[in-house]
Design a protein around this ligand. Structure first.
Ligand code: NDP
Ligand code: 2IT
Length: 444
């Protein structure tokens, strides 16, 4: 059996009933075959893949908090510190009822390669809780965040592990967590990113994942003989990533016509009204039915369906495994030429394969959505030098990083004989830097 297959079997045996984690590991290992073969003896001797797939540590803890009725609630919380070969652990925190060990480990594993691709010195980590922020009062959110940080603070630090936002965690939650960390530790340091602008946050961090996704998509299209301007874009999600993807799509001359949340989706033939979307989601924290109510011409449909709309470019920006084989078939039948992942692992393995075989340009999340964490690393730099850069400075660095990511991915795919396979290119380029650093640092 090949080394890659042996390691995959080991991961499945040692981590039973963790399907998302298995899926992420399989995708990475399968596409590393060519890179592993070139150096198999040394990697095998050093158990490099066993070490890479086994987290440095997986912290699990209880979060008890009191709701508005005086009832004590208990949630599970996690932080995986996956790999710090190239920098301190870095990755978001997710609050969603679906969070479990499998989800956190898949996200943390992906983060290793994503962070490596940014070219910046950040290792891989991820955290979260099965806490559901929906319908909670501000006070309940604060109580939860404070209790969560009262345990997490022991394991993090500006040079150790630097969390940020993800699903269900935005500026409000980061603020409450930062306040509690500072209160306990008594130090004012860049221990979290995505902070508010008045206390160490970076301009353009809020926009960075969505903007970065569009910068990369534009470069991908350009290098394949297309242009983004004039294209119709289907977007899923209506959160941080989706909103700023939609905003940048407009700015680059494309027309975003859809968005979605967990209850339903919008088709707006005139193009999504970004100001209204922000008002509904960021200010009112309401459902998309309110968007439809305020926008004659927009059609709201409950349930799933975004990928049935005719589009040139599809940008899944909601959650994992939201774009299935039947969706991929609809996209291809409708003439879609590119799919770039704003979310982490939104496309199922069989859908990815179908899109690639059908000639659709497919860029995986670890490359396409790396703008968020890259800008988090820029926030860390600004915190370290106690300065704040202008929006234009951060945005232009972000654009440069996304263009570079595309070319590293494209070059790695070519070098290993898989031209146009950006899944393989991203995994190989991300892997090589981390593998070199691990090798140089000895058996740890
Ligand atoms: P938000 O919480 O801001 O928004 C998430 C959106 O996705 C909401 O519209 C939400 O709908 C929808 N959604 C979440 N879970 C589900 C589900 N199970 N089924 C259907 N819809 C769902 O999160 P972000 O925009 O920050 O994150 C979106 C994706 O992007 C995630 O995969 C995240 O890991 C990834 N990502 C985020 C980055 C960041 O900087 N924030 C960076 C890189 C990747 P509802 O409100 O109804 O739940
Ligand atoms: O998935 C991701 O890259 C994020 N949620 C952002 C992580 C970060 O540290 O900014």
């Amino acid at each position: 059996m090949s080394y890659v297959d042996e390691v995959y079997e080991r991961v499945v045996a040692q981590n039973p009933a963790q399907p998302e984690f298995h899926q992420a590991v399989k995708e990475v290992l399968d596409s590393l075959r060519a890179a592993i073969e070139r150096n198999e003896e040394a990697y095998r001797r050093d158990a490099l893949l066993e070490r890479l797939t086994t987290p440095d540590r997986m912290i699990q803890f209880r979060v008890a908090w009191v709701d508005d009725k005086g009832q004590v609630q208990v949630n599970n919380a996690y932080r995986v510190q996956y790999n710090n070969a190239i920098g301190p652990y870095k990755g978001g925190i997710r609050f969603h009822p679906s969070v479990n060990q499998s989800v956190i480990k898949f996200l943390g594993f992906e983060q290793i390669f994503k962070n490596s691709l940014t070219g910046l010195p950040i290792g891989g980590g991820k955290g979260g809780s099965d806490f559901d922020p929906k319908g909670k009062s501000d006070r309940e959110i604060m109580a939860f965040c404070q209790s969560f940080m009262t345990e997490l603070y022991k394991y993090i630090g500006a040079d150790v592990d630097v969390p940020a936002g993800d699903i269900g965690v935005g500026a409000r939650e980061i603020g409450y967590m930062y306040g509690q960390y500072k209160r306990i530790r008594g130090v004012y340091e860049g221990v979290l990113t995505g902070k508010g602008l008045s206390y160490g946050g970076s301009l353009a961090r809020k926009e960075a994942t969505g903007y970065g996704l569009l910068y990369l998509t534009e470069e991908l299209l350009k290098c394949n003989g297309h242009q983004l301007a004039g294209k119709t874009v289907a977007v899923s999600g209506a959160g941080n990533v989706a909103t700023y993807a939609i905003e940048k799509a407009w700015q680059l001359g494309a027309k975003p016509v859809t968005c979605s949340d967990s209850a339903g989706w919008i088709y707006d033939p005139e193009g999504i009204d970004v100001a209204l979307l922000k008002e509904v989601k960021e200010v009112r924290r309401a459902r998309l039915t309110e968007y439809a109510a305020a926008r004659p011409g927009a059609v709201y449909t409950s349930g799933k369906g975004v990928w049935s709309v005719k589009c040139d470019v599809a940008l899944p920006c909601a959650t994992q495994n939201e774009l299935h084989l039947e969706d991929a078939k609809l996209l291809v039948a409708n003439g879609c030429i590119a799919v770039c992942e704003g979310a982490n692992m939104p496309t199922t393995a069989d859908a990815t394969e179908y899109l690639q075989q059908s000639g659709v340009l497919f860029c995986p999340g670890k490359a396409a959505n790396a703008g968020g964490v890259a800008t988090s690393a820029l926030e860390m730099s600004q915190n370290s030098e106690r300065l704040s850069w202008s929006f234009e400075e951060v945005d232009s660095k972000l654009k440069g990083i996304m263009v570079n990511i595309f070319h590293s991915v494209d070059n790695a795919a070519r070098e290993y004989g898989m031209e146009g396979n950006y899944v393989a290119g991203a995994n190989i380029a991300g892997f090589l830097k981390v593998a070199n650093a691990m090798t140089a640092q000895g058996i740890v």
